[in-house]
Ligand binder design. Structure first.
Ligand code: NAD
Length: 271
């Protein structure tokens, strides 16, 4: 019988390859760094300052002694998602772990919601996961092992007003997760969704600034009375907590966890 501590061994990830979308910032960066520290080669992706992203890529390689590539494609475009996965396979020979994390937010009432924001959020937060999974699955199936982890949200399980596109995309992402899990159930590939509550990242810092202006409140008050109002723990989830959950799901201990959303939300969805 396998011992529990062996199932948690980080050695099992050494030499595997991970593609983490949106990994130049926030949650994706914490996940990419954790996988690199466990010995995975990593295909980074993200927009933003190319020089800063290149410096990040070089630092991860130097700190963790693994190979790291950087893709600056716009993953709201299907062809650029396909190219990202194909380039990672060309560089490393495989994508064993796919973390679909890239996402954006827009907050507005439905009748005022800009059409282009709706299209972007659905394309990036939902459809990019489909295109990346479609491109990565054949190789995972050929090797008989894979982990597909979709960073959804508490908003994949419950709604809040003014976040129609985000809530729709994240609910859709959980449905997609369940379907992929069933299709892959006998193949050694698992597909799960992680559903964080509020995590203090640039994405949420933007919301704090916007809400402070909208409600004419200080940013501290917005954090206490608006942002963390739904989160019973009254503290932000740490990006490292999400990254540790990804490591757990990728370890042998995660082999039977598939088709489920895992909440890291300080009790938000327990209500
Ligand atoms: P973030 O803004 O810190 O990082 C987003 C990343 O996505 C960056 O690397 C950015 O460059 C990349 N990106 C944005 N648009 C892109 C595009 N068109 N093409 C390619 N890359 C693009 O955000 P975060 O808070 O770390 O969020 C990461 C994921 O976690 C998102 O899917 C988000 O919905 C989810 N999430 C966040 C929170 C939270 O409170 N921060 C809570 C629940 C779920």
């Amino acid at each position: 019988m396998t011992s529990a501590s062996r199932l948690l061994s980080p050695e099992s990830l050494r030499g595997k390859t991970a593609a983490v979308t949106g990994s130049t910032s926030g949650i994706g960066l914490a996940v990419a760094e954790a996988l690199a520290s466990a010995g995975c080669n990593v295909a980074l992706s993200g927009l933003g300052d190319p020089a800063a992203n290149e410096a990040l890529r070089a630092r991860l390689e130097a700190d963790h002694g693994v190979k790291v590539t950087l893709n600056s494609g716009d993953l709201s475009k299907p062809a650029e998602v396909r190219a990202y996965i194909e380039d990672a396979i060309a560089a490393f020979g495989a994508v064993d772990i796919l973390v679909n994390n890239a996402g954006v937010q827009h907050v507005s009432a439905v009748e005022d919601f800009p059409d282009d924001r709706w299209e972007l959020i659905l394309a990036l937060n939902l459809s990019a996961a489909f295109y990346a999974t479609k491109a990565a699955l054949p190789g995972m199936k050929a090797r008989g092992w894979g982990r597909i982890i979709n960073i959804a949200s508490a908003h994949g399980l419950v709604a809040s007003p003014f976040k129609s596109a985000y809530v729709a995309a994240k609910h859709g992402l959980i449905g997609f997760t369940r379907t992929v899990a069933l299709e892959c159930a006998e193949t050694g590939i698992t597909c799960t969704a992680i559903c964080p509550g509020y995590v203090n990242t640039p994405l949420v810092q933007g919301q704090i600034r916007d809400q402070a202006v909208a409600h004419n409140m200080s940013e501290d008050r917005v954090v206490r009375e608006v942002i963390l109002a739904a989160q019973p723990s009254k503290r932000f989830v740490e990006p490292a907590e999400i990254a540790a959950t990804v490591l757990f799901l990728c370890s042998p201990a995660g082999a039977s966890i598939t088709g489920v959303p895992l909440s890291l939300d300080g009790g938000w969805t327990a209500r």
